[in-house]
Write a protein that binds this ligand. Structure first.
Ligand code: BMA
Length: 349
């Protein structure tokens, strides 16, 4: 925890006291959760899993997943000057269950990527055939157009990279193999020349087979972040327990030129449910990062859904995250100058 942030933490609850603070990479905002259903200008059940981006004035835009009191989700815009307080929440949904087949039953878990002045939103459309990835574009968060439905169900947890590789756009997403095979889903990158036709599909980050924190599922968090060391990826991993599923987040670093190569992947999670608002809610034991923004002095702020009920924020230092992923790589070696010898995959699969 950064010294300044540590000083900002207020009175500790008994639950906080149990949590080891030493070596923690992310520091929770002292006023978490920063957005709750009671902040909303209309009646809702839950607000969580927001996409995040800065607008042209430097204000923070969160596109928040809002679950109404029938259980359907839509996406609503919230704006703040400092990204933490004084939120202005739109009185109406921006993207909501529609006449389209792709998101007839709801719109969930948006990730936002700015490319050449256009904001691209990859969200999970809940279609009558199951969840799938919808890619939309907006200039102003007032109107939007649909670029493509990326693939048939089931598919989730998608975001565009903020650059093209050669002439092609690249999208992370998480298709699910048929349940008949009993295989855990993995994270794939697909490429497109036009944001409509997707191909050259490559698996990049797999769920691990051994009984670890990311064994049941993995899925992208915020859009990949470009650093001098490569693309920094924050992803969630799921482990089932007798008390339900635990959603935690880990790190990977991908090659800057070829993002299908894993340079390093953290064996341990770097952020997990610990605070009371992450342990209590509609789905206890869930932290679900979906946005992050660069701050001055090499820091970044992550936005995440807590227990599928509220929106929270935490900060970290970029250098600390990159150092951590190399020092705690799944391969067990410290290899800052080369790619992970086992490609970030499971050692005993
Ligand atoms: C995932 C998604 C997320 C949710 C998480 C935990 O499958 O549906 O929206 O936050 O489960 O319930």
């Amino acid at each position: 925890m950064l010294a300044g942030e540590a000083a900002m933490h207020g009175t500790k609850t008994p639950r906080d006291m149990r949590v080891p603070r030493v070596g923690q990479l992310f520091s929770r905002h002292r006023a978490n959760p920063i957005l709750t259903p009671t902040d909303w200008p209309y009646t809702v059940n839950a607000v969580f899993n927001p996409g995040a981006v800065l607008d042209r004035n430097g204000d923070t835009i969160l596109l928040v997943r809002v679950e109404d009191r029938a259980g359907r989700s839509h996406l609503t815009v919230a704006r703040s000057g400092d990204g933490l307080t004084d939120w202005k929440i739109e009185p109406r949904p921006f993207i909501e269950p529609s006449h389209r087949y792709a998101d007839r039953w709801g719109a969930e878990d948006p990730r936002i990527t700015l490319i050449d002045g256009t904001y691209f939103i990859a969200y999970t459309g809940f279609s009558p055939s199951g969840p799938l990835v919808v890619l939309a574009a907006t200039e102003d968060f007032a109107t939007y157009s649909i670029c493509s439905v990326v693939a048939p169900p089931e598919d989730k947890d998608a975001a565009l990279f903020p650059v093209r590789f050669g002439e092609r756009y690249a999208l992370f997403h998480r298709p699910v193999a048929s349940g008949a095979h009993g295989l855990a889903p993995n994270m794939w990158i697909s490429f497109s020349p036009d944001l409509t036709h997707w191909g050259d599909h490559r698996v990049v980050i797999e769920s691990r087979r051994s009984g670890v924190w990311d064994r049941e599922k993995v899925g992208l968090g915020p859009p990949p972040l470009e650093t001098a060391a490569g693309w920094l990826v924050l992803f969630h991993g799921v482990k089932s327990t007798a008390a339900g599923s635990l959603y935690r987040a880990g790190l990977a670093l991908l090659d800057r030129e070829d993002p299908t190569l894993v340079r390093a992947r953290s064996d341990e999670w770097v952020f997990g449910p610990e605070a009371p608002y992450e342990l209590q809610g509609d789905v206890p034991g869930v932290v679900f990062p979906t946005g992050w923004l660069s701050l001055p002095e090499g820091r970044l702020r992550m936005y995440y859904g807590a227990a599928d009920s509220t929106v929270a924020a935490a900060t970290a230092t970029l250098d600390d995250l990159i150092d951590f992923v190399f020092r705690h790589c799944v391969c067990g070696d410290f290899h800052p100058d080369r790619t992970c010898p086992i490609g970030g995959s499971d050692t005993d699969s």
